[in-house]
Design a protein around this ligand. Structure first.
Ligand SMILES: [Zn+2]
Length: 110
């Protein structure tokens, strides 16, 4: 019998009583050259690199042990899968990239 645990809070997920949610993340390098015929509007251009960095930070914060850095930083498409408990699912959806809002803001200048 398979036993799952939440990849965020490490809490065991008993599928008999808890709902298990699966998050699938695909990370791949955007190919801009193929868009010259207007297949995309270009509004997202330039954002991908930032999102990739944030995603890498997130992945590092999620688990520093299991993820292979060499695989992460290769050019190939990376498909990642996480199991989440219901509470962490809600937390994830509110802040999918794990951006630490509030902590970086420091209004103590002056
Ligand atoms: Zn959880």
């Amino acid at each position: 019998m398979l036993h799952y645990s939440c990849d965020f809070c490490k809490r065991p997920i008993d599928t008999a009583t808890d709902v298990r949610h699966v998050v699938k993340i695909e990370v791949f390098q955007a190919v801009e050259e193929s868009c010259e015929d207007g297949c995309c509007d270009g509004t997202a251009r330039g954002d991908d690199a930032e999102h990739l960095e944030e995603m890498q930070d997130l992945l590092e914060s999620i688990d520093d042990h299991d993820l292979d850095r060499d695989v992460l930083f290769s050019d190939a498409t990376q498909s990642l899968r996480f199991d989440l408990c219901d509470a962490c699912r809600q937390r994830f959806l509110k802040n999918p990239l794990g951006i630490k809002t509030g902590k970086k803001l420091d209004f103590s200048q002056n």
